[in-house]
Design a protein around this ligand. Sequence first.
Ligand SMILES: [Zn+2]
Length: 251
Amino acid sequence: MYIDTHCHLQKEFYYDIEKVINENLRNQVQKIVVSGCSKQEIIEVLQYALEYDSVFLTLGFHPDSCEVVNDQDLAWLKDLIIKNRKVVGIGEIGLDYHYGKDNRNLQIELFKKQLKIAEELNLPVVIHSRDAVKDTIEILKQYKIKRGIIHCFSGSLEVAQQYIKMGYYLGIGGVVTFKNSRLTDVLTKLSLENIVLETDSPYLTPEPFRGTINSSKYVPIIAKKLSEIYNVPVDKVGAVTFKNASNIFHI
Ligand SMILES: [Zn+2]
């Protein structure tokens, strides 16, 4: 059994949501944690969480929206999180300097405000950090967040160890199946106890399906790759990562 700790489930990508859910279940992906990270997405995914038992949510504003989100939106977010029992965390939130740092200060401000909400509500966070390791670590250290995931982790061993020491798990997805992935080498020096599985679907489809739309049903492919890296049965990868994800989200 598996948990996909990070995916995007929207009509924009999938014609038939129910079909996606059923395919997940047939592939032993028992629970999925769907990320809603804009106002429109949040409204849509709340509906799926009500409709399907296997759908849980993390809600939060992506750094991309730092120029449009205001304090009123954050109050709306906080209220929704408090009122909906299937919201199990805040995310994806964080910093993205990949396309430049022009709005860096706004990103930092939005990130901090949402970390504050996570701290107040004692909820785990799902962190998006791209080309921004130093600031991410420095800011995370300022908050008493007890649990969290570094989504789509792709850094060095040293960075991985820093996050782990701070209590974070590493979200590992399709990238680990790509040819010549640096990640393999880093992972061999870490323990499965620090890892959770994710797809980030519809993006980052694992091999051999790269180039087509990703889905949570492919989580077992990522698990299989990890079973090769750690030289353990795939069921063990499933069991350990399932337990890790349950510990983080209490699901
Ligand atoms: Zn994502």
